[in-house]
Design a protein around this ligand. Structure first.
Ligand SMILES: [Fe+2]
Ligand SMILES: [Fe+2]
Length: 421
């Protein structure tokens, strides 16, 4: 028998022992042969791993990298180690993340041309010349002055405001909300694609917004509408500094991981965590959009000194993108809980309510480690050990979460960021 992650289970496998949930509640009997329906239900029950008959643990583990050429493993480890330079590899969660990322990189190098990968890796570092002379970037501007300065980011389209008002109005019915959302065909199409995607994994097709409202719930759907709206409103802003597709990929992956981790913690309304992940680095857009500061210099300075970007933001500005993010969410009148998560995602334990900021903190670290998109940061930020303790999950959750995330985001980035309907 061998313990297999949920994502690797296949119909026909038989349970080697009785299956119980994390509270010890009996779920399925030893010997049960798993069906597709079981696999769906196990996901809903939050089962992480299952002991399966007829598979040795050795075989399960040998599936994890032993067959990759040691020279490729070494190249992968070297590259990943550079990205993890600011982390503590003695911490069990960081060590596990390092192991998973090394394996993933080795698998990539094993099947694709490494030069093509390197090209991809640098794609978000647009027009960056490491030898460029740095100007003095210090500024006395306050975070509020930055937000006031930024008209394009701080002003939301009218239709967004109308939808938000309908959603926030306690007198609005599900039908009013569906009607308000349906007026924007682009957003409606994206919402329908989202609720029909692997993100939800509903077995039957949901073809109208009113049905989506009924099935997903107004609260969940409203927060998703916020998220989709914001991506839509800001996806075509062009900067020479950052590729917006890469920025939103980082944000969508972070949000998806946060939503999965929240479900493992039995948090209600996990869509809120998805949107918090989507918006966690939105303050960076204010920096990149600002004419009052040379954001290129901030990025270059971080790069040349091998420092974390948010530390250099602090050094130059006396505040960082988390402060700007919080202010912009306040301006958009989004819920306080979202402001709290965005403000504390790099320092979750400073929050009075640290669990959700800690989840996005871990999600951001995982997203940077996986190198999926970028908001400008080159390194994996360090994991706050107290935040990890606060989350209270086992390092085993990381591999399952990454597999679930990959399954869910496969199409998500494409249809949320692209113009197709
Ligand atoms: Fe950040
Ligand atoms: Fe981030």
């Amino acid at each position: 028998m061998g313990v297999i992650n949920l994502a690797e289970l296949k119909p026909g496998m038989a349970l080697a022992e009785d299956l119980r949930d994390r509270n010890g509640r009996f779920l399925l009997a030893k010997g049960t042969r798993l069906t597709l329906k079981h696999l769906r239900i196990l996901k809903i029950w939050g089962v992480i791993e299952v002991n399966i008959e007829g598979i040795s643990q050795k075989n399960v583990e040998s599936n994890t990298g032993a067959q990759i050429d040691p020279a490729i493993m070494e190249t992968a480890e070297k590259e990943i180690r550079e990205r993890f330079v600011h982390t503590d590899l003695d911490h069990p969660a960081t060590r596990e993340l390092f192991r998973l990322c090394t394996l993933r990189k080795a698998e990539e190098l094993d099947i694709t041309d490494s030069e093509a990968k390197l090209e991809h890796h640098d794609s978000y570092e647009r027009n960056m010349d490491a030898n460029e002379i740095l100007e003095d970037t210090t500024t006395e501007m306050s975070p509020l002055e930055f937000i006031r300065d930024d008209i394009s980011l701080s002003t939301l389209p009218d239709i967004f405001i109308r939808i938000k008002e309908t959603i926030n109005d306690p007198k609005s019915s599900a039908r009013d909300i569906a009607e308000a959302i349906s007026k924007d065909t682009n957003i409606s199409a994206k919402l329908l694609k989202l609720v029909n995607s692997a993100f939800y994994g509903f077995p039957s097709k949901i073809d109208t917004i009113s049905r989506a409202v009924a099935i997903v719930g107004t609260k969940h759907l409203s927060i998703l509408t916020f998220g989709i709206y914001i991506i839509n409103a800001f996806k075509n802003i062009s900067w020479d500094l950052i590729d917006m597709k890469s920025f939103w990929e980082h944000s969508i992956v972070c949000g998806t991981i946060a939503r999965i981790l929240a479900s493992h913690k039995n948090i209600q309304n996990t869509e809120r965590l998805f949107v918090a992940g989507l918006l966690h680095d939105i303050g960076r857009l204010v920096f990149y959009n600002s004419t009052s500061i040379n954001a290129r210099n901030i990025i270059l300075k971080a790069r040349n000194s091998h420092s974390l970007l948010y530390e250099i933001e602090h050094e130059i500005m006396n505040f960082d993108h988390t402060e700007l993010g919080k202010l912009i969410l306040k301006k958009w009148k989004l819920p306080m809980s979202l402001e709290n998560i965005v403000k504390y995602h790099h320092y979750p334990m400073l929050s009075n309510d640290p669990l959700e900021p800690a989840i996005v903190h871990l999600s951001d670290i995982m997203t940077n480690a996986l190198d999926m998109g970028s908001s400008g940061e080159r390194f994996v930020p360090p994991l706050d050990q107290d935040a990890w303790t606060c989350i209270g999950l086992s390092p085993n959750i990381l591999s399952l979460t990454i597999k679930q995330m990959e399954h869910q985001v496969r199409e998500l980035v494409k249809f949320l960021v692209s113009d197709e309907r």
